[in-house]
Design a protein around this ligand. Structure first.
Ligand code: PEP
Length: 252
């Protein structure tokens, strides 16, 4: 009932020429796949050229972050309307790298989510605990706080909101959560969505898993009932790996 959604987060990688080459490869290899929604999140500098390459494709374009104001004296920021203007239909918000290195808080995440939705963008809101928080038994409390920050601006259209569960200890480390560990947190997130937004929202909102997803582990993760796709970092930089992950997400 929920179309799986697999998004490649390219982070701080790819020149314009490299980004165009990768997305052309993805278009060629994924063109026939209709039962998985696919997106790519290149760096800001490659959004416009990648959008041009994606013009006749179903692959969605996402930003990796967006600001909460529409315009003004905010040197270095990029407004959600500007992202929509270059062809983005989605933006990632609250990635753990933003929280860890750039002081992102649940309050600023909420402001960004609200602004992105106002501009018509879909939001991939990231939640997830650190190693120490997991060891201290705080996983659900941390995820709930992150989720509440995102839901401060919950949309009316549930298709416009995706939650990405990304345990910080699994991002870029090669240490993937086991399918059971991931499913446990995904089921908890769906329960909280139900409590906050009701049954219809909880049934409709997609929850991606992210954290060292690769072709070799995607299938077992993605067959868990509450895992509705993946947010993929490192493995999305390689066309063959990313294509294999998308194929593993196809409903069986
Ligand atoms: C990410 O950055 O969202 C991510 C999940 O990275 P990786 O797949 O490299 O762990």
């Amino acid at each position: 009932m929920r179309t799986p959604f697999v998004v490649g987060n390219w982070k701080l990688h790819k020149t314009v020429a490299e980004a165009q080459a990768l997305v052309t490869e993805l278009k060629n290899q994924l063109g026939a796949i209709r039962d998985v929604a696919v997106g790519v999140a290149p760096p800001f500098t490659a959004l416009w050229p990648v959008a041009r390459r994606l013009e006749d494709s179903t692959i969605a374009l996402a930003a990796q972050n967006c600001f909460w104001e529409d315009k003004g004296a905010w040197t270095g920021e990029v407004a959600p309307g500007m992202l929509a203007d270059v062809g983005c239909t989605w933006t990632i918000i609250g990635h753990s790298e933003r929280r860890t290195h750039f002081g992102e808080t649940d309050a600023t995440v909420g402001k960004r989510v609200a602004a992105a939705l106002r501009a018509g963008l879909g939001v991939i809101g990231c939640v997830g605990e650190t190693d120490a928080q997991r060891d201290a038994g705080q996983t659900f409390a941390v995820v709930d706080a992150h989720l509440d920050g995102i839901l401060a601006a919950a949309p009316k259209d549930w298709d416009k909101l995706v939650i990405a569960y990304e345990p910080v200890w699994a991002i870029g480390t090669g240490r993937t959560a086991t399918p059971a560990q991931a499913q446990e947190v995904h089921a908890h997130i769906r329960g909280r969505l139900r409590a906050r937004l009701g049954d219809a929202a909880a049934a409709a909102i997609r929850i991606q898993y992210g954290g060292s997803v690769k072709a070799s582990n995607a299938e077992t993760l993605l067959k868990e009932p509450d895992i509705d796709g993946a947010l993929v970092g490192g493995a999305s930089l390689d066309a063959a790996e990313f294509v294999a992950i998308v194929k593993a997400a196809r409903p069986k």
